[in-house]
Design a protein around this ligand. Structure first.
Ligand code: GLA
Length: 405
């Protein structure tokens, strides 16, 4: 072939592979659940620690509760070999990634890894820019099931192009991978990423506090409520296989238990991915009870995949609602204030119509039995008003079940 034919053949090949490329369908039909190293360990990752996290996910009961992915975030990288293939840091991962993936798989769990669309990751390690197809091949050969793909050092890149390139590379490598976009909402990924990835970060990084901003100079990380309040009108973009991701969990990383409980409840109301970020080897009973509460997890993992929303706020108490399967609803009352609040809520006066799901919660027409999901007990039915004391930064989460159900 003449060189010009070569170029033509290559162009045809690229066009064809783009035309037939797609994200892996049928994955993340409910919000992904797992663990990621970043929130607790930052760059301090190694294979021994990661293996013990897989052990912890099993022994803590989290695996049985539905958590699946063990994801190594930034800083696992060593460099690139003479052919341009990426390899892990040999001090931290002496047995290599394939062995580590094998261990994680042997526990019945799945293996996730991290890279970045720029040529360097956020922590300055080896990024994927210009090596997307090679990296996807490497991940497939190691047995990677989940890729978080960051957006540092992306100057001059177009986000749709960069993330689509990695999507295509993963698809071409033939190993199904959940693709987690991490461009922080900078280019409104929810508007374009439905066919590119399975989840996309909606904000900057979360911080281990309820309502603070942590200023790091050129950027800030954000407390739980700051994150919640940052993106108000994007629930319509979420659904099975494509989720808004308000960042990983800080449950068990130092907030008081009521704040952890509220954080977790809100993530479940928002149908958010539940990627734990605490030390799974050493968690308190309270943390464990939050992360493994199956009834609250059921709100997050509901098969309809409708993201809940803030319906109203009265006297610093927010009322969140989320339509669930079989005509059920989840309702979450959150005390935003620093003091105790007396909660009075008359169901009959609150007819809640959700335009997005076309569902209406009208207790004048349907009586609902109520279940308190944190107390794990019945809470009567909607013929009676809610009258309760809510401690500061605490929640009451109910599941409403139609009586004829
Ligand atoms: C960015 C991401 C974080 C984490 C770090 C790693 O800040 O948003 O979640 O992955 O990079 O350096």
């Amino acid at each position: 072939m003449k060189p010009s034919m070569n170029a033509l053949a290559l162009a045809v090949l690229i066009l064809a592979s783009n035309a037939f490329s797609q994200k892996f369908e049928g994955l993340a039909l409910t919000p992904p659940m797992g663990w990621n190293s970043w929130n607790k360990f930052g760059c301090n990752v190694d294979e021994k620690m990661i293996r013990s996290m897989a052990d912890g996910m099993v022994s803590s009961g989290m695996k049985d509760a539905g958590y699946q992915y063990i994801v190594i975030d930034d800083c696992w990288h060593g460099g690139r070999d003479s052919l341009g293939f990426v390899y892990p840091d040999s001090q931290r991962f002496p047995s290599g990634m394939k062995a580590l993936a094998g261990y994680i798989h042997s526990k019945g769990l799945k293996f996730g890894i991290y890279s970045c669309a720029g040529d360097k990751t956020c922590a300055g390690r080896t990024g994927s820019r210009g090596h997307e197809y090679q990296d996807a091949l490497a991940y497939a050969s190691w047995g990677v099931d989940y890729l978080k793909y960051d957006w540092c050092n992306s100057e001059g890149l177009n986000s749709i192009g960069a993330y689509t390139t990695m999507r295509n590379a993963l698809f071409a490598a033939h190993r199904p991978v959940v693709f987690s976009l991490c461009e922080w909402g900078d280019t409104k990924s929810w508007e374009w990423a439905k066919d590119v990835g399975h989840l996309w970060r909606t904000t900057g990084d979360i911080s281990n506090c309820f309502d603070c901003e942590n200023n790091h100079g050129s950027w800030s990380s954000w407390g739980v409520m700051r994150i919640v309040e940052m993106r108000k009108d994007i629930r319509k973009y979420a659904g099975p296989g494509h989720w808004n991701d308000p960042d990983m969990l800080e449950v068990g990383n130092g907030m008081p238990v009521n704040e952890d409980r509220s954080h977790f409840s809100l993530w479940c109301m928002m149908a958010a991915p539940l990627i734990a970020g605490n030390d799974l080897r050493a968690m308190s009973k309270e943390t464990n009870e939050i992360l493994t509460n199956r009834e609250v997890l059921g709100v997050d993992q509901d098969s309809l995949g409708i993201q809940g929303y803030l319906y109203t706020m009265q006297d610093s108490v927010e009322v969140w609602v989320k339509p669930l399967v079989h005509g059920d609803w989840a309702v979450c009352f959150l005390n935003r204030s620093a003091g105790t609040r007396k909660l009075e809520f008359d169901w009959s006066k609150n007819i809640i119509a959700d335009d997005l799901s076309q569902r209406t919660l009208n207790t004048n027409e349907t009586v609902y039995k109520m279940r308190d999901l944190w107390q794990k007990k019945s809470a009567g039915d909607t013929k009676k008003n809610i009258s309760a004391e809510l401690a500061a930064h605490n929640v009451l989460v109910l599941r409403l079940i139609p009586e004829q159900h």
